[in-house]
Design a protein around this ligand. Structure first.
Ligand code: ADP
Ligand code: ADP
Ligand code: ZN
Length: 220
């Protein structure tokens, strides 16, 4: 199955993608995570992306399209994937369609998580994650059971993203509304778009996604 999860920063894409990854045996492809890994490794892409990400702007389409094209050609994507954070522009969406068409396939589902801007700021400022396994937590809505310890893997490597600061969040929301939101009508016209109320409780969102995907997705 090939799925795109769409939504503004903080909508819950990463949280839900992790659950779907396990339940459907597809791989989560987070372009944000790939870019952060490139920055940490100091690759050419990382060097080009670092300042752009810190400013809350979008990294160029050519970098992202090449990155995803290479990634989905890898063997672990054979069973399908869930894209989290890509596409983020109409040009990326068109390139993805062309890429899949070239392989004789297409997207099965594009799901938008709809969340109000006001809620996003609170979600992003309380977000932290496990540096070892990527599990996502929140100071108020989803704290780890033991403080500073990941529920999923037991690691004590807790990370907070440098771009999860209030001033950068405003720039990221602007980039979403200006550059990413136009892909919603693009997919709606293709008849593949479904919208889920992302303001609902995390487990309710998971249930709604499972219904769309025709599969039970455990809330873990
Ligand atoms: P969020 O969790 O807020 O949705 P991500 O982790 O997906 O954020 O992305 C973090 C940053 O990485 C973005 O603000 C942007 O600078 C860059 N980025 C990630 N994916 C893309 C993309 N598809 N196109 C352009 N830039 C991207
Ligand atoms: P995205 O990948 O779209 O940026 P995340 O999955 O990282 O979003 O979620 C952002 C923050 O909001 C995290 O701290 C997460 O624990 C929290 N969160 C996710 N979904 C919900 C929800 N439905 N209700 C409340 N908080 C949520
Ligand atoms: Zn962990």
């Amino acid at each position: 199955m090939k799925i795109v999860l769409l939504g503004p920063p903080g909508a819950g894409k990463g949280t839900q993608a992790k659950r779907i990854e396990k339940a459907l045996n597809v791989v989560q492809l987070s372009t944000g995570d790939m870019l952060r890994a490139a920055v940490a490794a100091g690759t050419d892409v990382g060097k080009r992306a670092k300042a752009v990400m810190e400013a809350g702007k979008l990294v160029s389409d050519d970098i992202l399209i090449a990155m995803i094209e290479a990634r989905i050609a890898e063997p672990d994507c054979k069973n399908g994937f869930i894209l989290d954070g890509f596409p983020r522009t109409v040009a990326q969406a068109q390139a993805l369609d062309a890429m899949l068409k070239g392989k004789g396939t297409k997207l099965d589902s594009v799901i938008e998580l709809a969340v109000d801007d006001a809620a996003l700021v609170a979600r992003i400022s309380g977000r932290y994650s496990c540096g070892a396994c990527g599990a996502v937590y929140h100071d108020q809505t989803k704290p780890s059971k033991a403080e500073g310890v990941c529920d999923a893997c037991g690691s004590t490597k807790i990370v907070r993203r440098p771009d999860d600061k209030a001033d950068t969040v405003a720039a990221r929301l602007k980039a979403y509304h200006d550059q990413t939101a136009p892909i919603i009508p693009y997919y709606r016209e293709q008849g593949v778009l479904k919208t889920v109320d992302g303001m609902a409780d995390m487990d309710q969102v998971t249930k709604a996604l499972g219904k769309i995907l025709g599969r039970e997705v455990p809330a873990v």
